[in-house]
Design a protein around this ligand. Structure first.
Ligand SMILES: NCCCC(=O)N[C@@H](Cc1c[nH]cn1)C(=O)O
Ligand SMILES: [Zn+2]
Ligand SMILES: [Zn+2]
Length: 493
């Protein structure tokens, strides 16, 4: 954006951010250096250390920091492992200001150099304008970008335009254990005066065009267990004379989805919300390169070829994916065994207005019907160990207008309004608990490679992301007065 379109305040703030790029990158380097992998139990100490670093950073801003202990988790082997605390931070309590709550996580997915990284995943390394390192985009970079934006106001001695609350966790990559319960307990405490919730834990849909996210799909994860006798059997001695559990399971899994991706479970599409005219309009203007997305996937052909079909199937229709089979022989070589018990894992990404308990019932009824037709004496058990609901916000809420304006101020163009086909289960929880609008403001680009080898955030996205957040605070401060009639979340079913 040309500097003549900026206010004097924005100019001063952006100048400070540009001048302190090296400090901001150094902050990220320190955070990336901590192997805060929440998935591997033997790295739990590092996650806890990372939580202390984040707490110290917020305290240095002048925030009140409460590191809430969540006790411990019990692993499958019976071992108890301490859970990292959740940070509830607060900065500013001016009754004239609106209060924005920022959620982020500082744990990361596992990463090892030998997985195929070009650089050490825990040494932030800049190559051609990209900052490579585990957590650079998911989610240490965006969390620090938000903190650095707040820090800029403090350093320049500019009055804080909003009150801040922070929820920072260290178990997101391992299912956010204990977080939902804590949020519920704090409904009338910490969250009682929150006006808006901001999450920055996703990516743009393109490499260059900024985006705002107003919806995510939910996810219903299923286990389907088929059990025969009490031990594995020799296929020479028993093959041909018994009903094999794995054969039953494969038939069950095969009945779920057809080769066109259509889910075969009766009734599953009944409640799917029709696409609105507003959503059709939003899709039309989105910058999305089908070829690039296909290339990113590494497959030769997608199920759909147009942008419109792909966006519908990623955001507005449910999808069913089969993830694996526990108990099946999967190593290289030959093993002529008939496994006694196998457990299939699949999940259904649901969309508004699908009801989780209806989905569960439809899945159970369908699998029991298919199984009954096989006349198998084996035992069938279906369960849904995880059910996260979809989340959708109202793009006409002033919060979205404020974020759009901030993006235009920094990037000189309007963002695309997009959804995310994956799930951030806690977004829906924040919306339900606060009864306020939630927004996702991603700062990373489509090719950042979250969860993958060579994860990165570009220097540009990181630094301009700090500016977007700073500009957003100023826009939010302009909403004072008009908020209380308007901040109502869209009703999610
Ligand atoms: N772009 C943000 C993605 C965050 C993410 O990967 N979320 C997981 C959460 C989940 C859902 N079901 C089980 N875990 C996801 O798979 O969508
Ligand atoms: Zn994340
Ligand atoms: Zn992640």
């Amino acid at each position: 954006m040309s500097s003549s379109c900026l206010s004097a305040l924005e100019t001063e703030i952006f100048h400070y951010i540009d001048a302190h790029q090296s400090d901001f990158i150094e902050n990220l380097k320190e955070w990336v250096a901590v192997e805060s992998d929440s998935v591997q139990p033997d790295l739990r100490k590092e996650v806890i250390q990372m939580m202390s670093l984040a707490a110290a950073r917020l305290a240095a801003l002048g925030a009140t920091v409460n590191s809430v202990s969540l006790g411990s988790q019990q692993l499958l082997n019976g071992q108890h492992l301490p859970l990292p605390p959740v940070i509830l931070g607060e900065l500013g309590k001016d009754p004239q200001n609106l209060t924005i709550c920022f959620y982020g996580h500082v744990d990361v997915q596992p990463a090892k150099k030998e997985d195929g990284w070009k650089t050490d995943p825990y040494i932030l390394t800049e190559i051609n304008g990209n900052l490579y390192g585990r957590g650079a985009t998911d989610n240490k970079g965006p969390v620090l970008a938000w903190i650095n934006a707040v820090e800029t106001f403090r350093a320049l001695k500019i009055a804080m335009p909003v009150n801040f609350k922070f929820v920072i966790e260290g178990m997101e990559e391992a299912g956010s254990l204990g977080l939902e319960k804590l949020l519920e307990e704090e409904k009338h405490g910490f969250f009682s005066d929150v006006d808006y919730v901001v999450i920055s834990d996703n990516l743009w849909l393109s490499k260059k065009k900024p985006a705002l996210i107003y919806g995510t799909r939910g996810n219903a994860c299923f286990s389907v267990e088929v059990e025969g006798g009490d031990k594995d059997l020799h296929s020479g001695t028993f093959g041909g004379i018994i009903h094999e559990p794995l054969t039953d399971l494969i038939a069950l899994l095969d009945s779920l989805v057809d080769p066109t991706g259509h889910i075969q479970i009766p009734g599953i599409y009944d409640a799917v919300a029709a696409l609105t005219d507003e959503e059709k309009k939003l899709h039309g203007s989105i910058e999305y390169d089908v070829e690039e997305h296909k290339n990113n996937s590494g497959v030769k052909k997608l199920l759909y070829s147009t942008k419109e079909e792909i966006l519908l199937h990623l955001w507005h229709y449910p999808s069913l994916s089969i993830h694996g089979i526990e108990g099946a022989f999967h190593e290289p070589g030959i093993k002529t065994v008939i496994p006694a018990k196998v457990i299939g894992k699949f999940s259904i990404r649901q969309v508004p207005n699908m009801d989780l308990s209806d989905v569960k019932q439809q899945v159970v009824d369908h699998l029991e019907n298919v199984f009954a037709k096989r006349n198998s004496p084996n035992k069938l058990k279906v369960s849904m160990p995880l059910g996260a609901k979809p989340w959708v916000a109202d793009v006409n809420d002033p919060l979205y207008k404020a974020a759009k304006k901030a993006i235009r101020t920094v990037f000189g163009e309007d963002p695309d309004f997009i959804r995310d086909g994956s799930t951030i289960p806690i977004a829906r929880t924040f919306q339900t608990i606060t009864q306020k609008t939630v927004i996702m403001i991603p700062i990373g680009a489509a090719d950042d490679g979250e969860h993958s080898q060579n994860e990165k955030i570009s220097r540009r996205n990181y630094i301009e992301g700090i500016k977007v957040f700073a500009a957003f605070f100023l826009e939010i401060s302009k909403l004072r007065g008009q908020l209380h009639e308007t901040s109502k979340p869209r009703t999610n079913k």
